[in-house]
Structure formats: C-alpha cells, structure tokens
Design a protein around this ligand. Sequence first.
Ligand code: HSE
Length: 437
Amino acid sequence: MDPIKIGLLGLGTVGGGTVSVLTRNIDEIARRAGREIIISHAAAKDYNADAIEGLDKIGKITDDVFGVVNDPDVEIIIELIGGYTLAKELVLKSIENGKHVVTANKALIALHGNEIFSAAQEKGVTVAFEAAVAGGIPIIKAMREGLAANQIQWAAGIINGTGNFILSEMRDKGRNFDDVLEEAQALGYAEADPTFDVEGIDAAHKLTIIGSIAFGIPLQFDKTYTEGITQIEQQDVVNAAELGYRIKHLGITRKTDKGIELRVHPTLIPERRLIANVDGVMNAVLVYGDAVGPTLYYGAGAGAQPTASAIVADVVDVVRALTTDPENRVPHLAFQPDAMSDIPVLDIEEIETAYYLRLSAVDRPGVLANVTSILGASNISIEAIIQKPAIEGSSQVPVIFLTQRVQEKNMNEAIRNIEALDTISGQVVRIRVETLK
Ligand code: HSE
C-alpha cells in the first residue's frame, strides 16, 4: 500500500517534535497503523532547520500554508500554527477539501470546536485533538473510549504545566513568581503569551474540552469560570502547608442537580492526595466515573516530544479508521452529535465548595467574634481558625479560616460584609478548597 501523506502546518517546538517522532519511529508506527506515514508537504514561516531531527525526510517545505491544505496528495493535515484566526480558516479549508485534521490547538477547539466538528461531520472527516489537553497524557482517549461505560461525575486536573511549575517552585524553594515564570518561558513550556498560563486561560481552554467530553455538552468556553495564580502569595502557600494542604491550579468540572460546574482556579487540596504531589511541569487529571470510581492520568503536559506523542497517536487513529464509515467512528465530543445535552453550565455564584480565607485584622477583643458572626449569618460553618503573629511593625494580624462547603453566593456576601468592618484592612484573600474524595 502507498504511504499516507501528511501535510504539516508549523515547524515550531511542537512541529519539530512531531517531525522527529514520526521519522524516528517510522517503522514502528507503520506496524501499528498498517501503512507507512510520511510528511510529504510542510509549511512554516521560520524554523530552525538544525534543531529538527528528520527534517530532510519531508518531501517539500514552503511558507505557503494554503499550498499544503490545497495539496491533493495530502490526506491528513496536522495544524500546529496556533492562534484562532488563520488556524480556523486552515482547518475549515482542510475539512472542505475532504482532509482529516489533527491539531494541538486548544484555543481553537475550545472556542470554535462546535463549528469545526459540525463541518467535519458533514464532510465525513475526523478532527483529532488529543494533544490539545494535557500534552502527552492520552486523556481524551481515556475519557472518550476507556470510560465510555460510566456516568462521569466529576473531573479535576492540573492542566497547565507552567502554572504548576511556578506553584511548585514557590512552595519548595520559596522562589518568587516572576523569576520562575521566566524560567518556564526559557524552557519552552509557557504559551507565546504567558498571561494565558498565569491567568488561567490556557487551563480554561483545556477544561472546556474536558467538560464537553465528560458530559456530552457543547463546548462553552465563555461560561468557564477562569482565575489564574497571579494573586497567590508565599504566605498562602506556607499557611496551606501548615493546614495539611497544597495549593494547585485546578480545572474542575462536576455534574450537579442544577447543572455543570466548569471552573479554573487555585485550589487547596489535601497533601495526601496523589494529585497534590504532581509537581513541576507535569500534568494530571483525576476522573471520577460511577462504575470505575476515581482514575488518575499523569504525565508531561507540555514539551515538544510529549505533545508530538499525542499528535502522532491521533494520526495513527485516523489512518486506522480511514476505511470505516464516518458514523462508526468515535464521536468528536464522545457522545453522538444528536445526543448532546443542553444541561446548563452554572454561574460561579451557584457552585458549592469549601474555602480558605485570609484576612488582616486589628488585634483586639471582639474582632474575630464580629467576623464569625458574619460567617454564621451567611450560613457558613467554620472548620478551623488560625491567628498568625503580627507582621513586624504592623498592628494587624493575619487570620486564616477554613470553612465547610457553602454556596459561593453566600461566601461573596460574607466577604463583602467582612471587608466593610473597620477592624479589617484590605481585601479578604479567598482560595477554594476541594477534598477530591
Ligand atoms: N503552556 C502550556 C502549559 C503548554 O504550560 O501547560 C501545553 O498546553
């Protein structure tokens, strides 16, 4: 049989990794796919030819991306240019041309996936996106296929390596935020715009996809609550450790009676949980299915070869399914397109969780009583209180509360009332707490 011809868009970090893996493992991959897979045509603006192993095996390289998607010999397009606008145009054009697409573009899938999948379905082609979520971890395949028997109840993941690297270094080495971010950029983990990492946007893209394949709901990035790690202070990392917790930046999705929670934010989790011990640039996703219980998927969430591992696996899947009827292929979002659910995504005020609160209080009798009576009035039960020594030169003392689970709406009301007390200065720091049981 003739080899399958791939068109590759982008020869950056991940593009280079993909060339390297596909060419280095060409024989093993052919044994798995049943056909040899070659990159016959690639396009990129600039690339570092010396850094890409196997580049000489690519049939043709130009800077004309549309030349690749319009190449009649190419059957599968790998889109690795990133961004939304040109990438979307190229993916839709590839579909129109009857080509299958493999992409690592989480922003594209989270924002435009509904439109892209519907175009692909109409044309009978596949758009595969394993590499878009948690890099090399095969989480899409695990959830879409391996857990297909289950009603998934919730999933929680460390899905941004840069953010996890920063929080790990802050905790283990007391390093400051900016310094660690710079290192993550130098190591090639961070997004082109690192605010996507530290403001939680990258994790929100990935969680949007996880939520859809967990519950069979359309992709709704605009409804995903997004909070980053820029407000996390060293003292909160230390306080969390004293209380037996670690702060992780988590994406959490959960099905409740009222709707689906989709939220990305820093979270205190008990240090004894396996996922609390996932450090550095590594990712992990914990999925709870009603039949299987908790399952945990761990691995490299970023980097050239781990991401290439997911891309090439998608290519192999597409090749294996080339001769199957489109309607017999695994649905893009795990559920059949005519069986998607319209269960609503909940506003953050509607979610229920426990909280860590840190406030700065005047050290005199009655102050904490006022705070606890505000919490009581909002129906918030207290789990623990710690008063820390006053910071040198200040008459204020930091006070830490751990609360039991309560609706966020109630907590917002309580925080507003606490901040209005003249014995409390500044804003109350609030970090959500999850036991992940
Ligand atoms: N910037 C992302 C991260 C890369 O740090 O996880 C992988 O999506």
